[in-house]
Design a binder for this molecule. Structure first.
Ligand SMILES: Cc1ncc(COP(=O)(O)O)c(C=O)c1O
Length: 383
């Protein structure tokens, strides 16, 4: 039981509003533990800021305003120990558009973008969206964690390699790459003259900041910062993804200029309400976030215990995110996502992440819902 000033045990009924996560199984007895948003109510300070803005009944154009920029600069420093210059910020309606823009800047048609697999599905799609080749390099499963396969990354380099599209913390494995791993990746990108696009959308959701702190790759050296586009957003951390507000941090002025040029006429500034929510999150959202993480750690324990009871299933403990990446390859299940859906639990299918035989379970939900889902899964496995 987690004691806090915030209620993470009772969640608002999401079937009452249109939405992706609960809408998918409307009218069916399937608990949705798939797409990556949380069932928890947002921090009360965010809701209050949105209500106050909505009460002013003019919703005209708005560009990021000084107090939002200031709150973001301070927030990035407070949460990630990175002192950024306000000029480095480029505002975006989402992180996915951000890494698609980065792919557009990675050389020319047919050039290659590297990333590690399994991966968040839109990362597979981004290079071909921009007429680049997607080069996925499988990670290695070590004792209780997923690791970079350095030899395979080196072997994947060709004369057409132009960019590393990093996802850190990593979706779906939940890895938070260490300073040593990031230094190796940085050196790798420098040796092969690769642009770095680092999707750090999950950086606010490190479950143990002491043990596995998030390190933005651009902070490792000024040389690395010069070739890096970092993408962040308050959306995952504070459960405001539908409000569509994100930003790129690009220290190098010419690189930033090129990024802005590829946006021109196509990608707008974020939604005004998204920016209101972002400012409130940075300024007032830290106590809520601390309480959220306590709930996520408690939920993760339940998941780990249950998975250990499922014959042939295994999982490495995620260090960040609210996502459990479950390996069902030894379970005998031909299609685990379909099997669990038939048992009343909607999970993300590993095939979409380049990993058949896996499922991804979103544990950011009320403990009672999670328990019921885990019970359904365990019983179905034993039947
Ligand atoms: C790694 C990663 N990047 C980006 C996104 C989505 O970004 P956005 O909604 O800001 O485009 C997600 C959502 O799950 C994600 O997991």
């Amino acid at each position: 039981m987690t004691s806090s000033a915030f209620d993470f045990t009772h969640c608002p009924d999401r079937t009452l509003q249109p939405g992706l996560k609960w809408g998918k199984y409307a009218g069916r007895d399937i608990l949705p533990l798939w797409v990556a948003d949380m069932d928890f109510a947002a921090a009360p300070e965010i809701t209050a800021a949105l209500a106050a803005r909505a009460a002013h009944p003019v919703y005209g154009y708005a560009h990021p305003w000084p107090s939002l920029v200031e709150a973001t600069v301070e927030g990035v420093f407070a949460h990630h120990r990175w002192r950024i210059d306000p000029d480095w910020l480029v505002w975006l309606p989402g992180v996915v558009p951000g890494f698609n823009l980065a792919c557009q800047m990675a050389g020319g048609m047919g050039d290659e973008v590297l990333f590690v697999t399994p991966t968040y599905p839109p990362i597979f799609a981004a290079p071909p969206n921009q007429q680049r080749r997607a080069v996925g390099v499988p990670m290695l499963r070590e004792e209780d964690r997923w690791a970079l396969d350095r030899a395979a990354l080196e072997a994947a380099i060709t004369p057409a390699s132009r960019m590393l599209l990093l996802c850190n913390p990593h979706n779906p494995t939940g890895r938070v790459f260490t300073a040593e791993e990031l230094r190796w990746l940085g050196d790798f990108c420098q040796r092969h003259d690769l642009l770095v696009c680092s999707d750090e959308i999950h950086c606010g959701l490190v479950l143990d900041d002491e043990r596995t702190p998030h390190i933005p790759i651009a902070t490792l050296s000024p040389e690395l910062a010069r070739r890096t586009i970092t993408l962040m957003a308050p959306s995952k951390t504070w459960n405001i993804a539908g409000l569509q507000c994100a930003f790129a941090i690009i220290p190098d002025a010419p690189l930033r200029q090129r990024f802005r040029q590829s946006m021109a006429g196509l990608v707008e500034a974020p939604n005004v309400l998204g920016m209101v929510a972002a400012e409130a999150a940075w300024r007032h959202g830290t106590p809520w976030l601390a309480a959220l993480k306590a709930q996520l750690r408690a939920n993760l324990l339940r998941v780990a215990e249950a998975v250990a009871q499922m014959p042939g299933c295994a999982m490495a403990t995620p260090e960040a995110t609210f996502l459990a990446w479950i390996d069902c390859r030894n379970s005998g299940l031909v299609n685990p996502a379909l099997f669990f859906e038939d048992a009343g639990v909607g999970l993300s299918d590993g095939r979409d992440f380049g990993a058949p035989g896996f499922v991804r379970l979103n544990f950011a939900c009320a403990p009672a819902v999670l328990q019921e889902a885990l019970t359904r899964m365990t019983q179905a496995m034993r039947a």
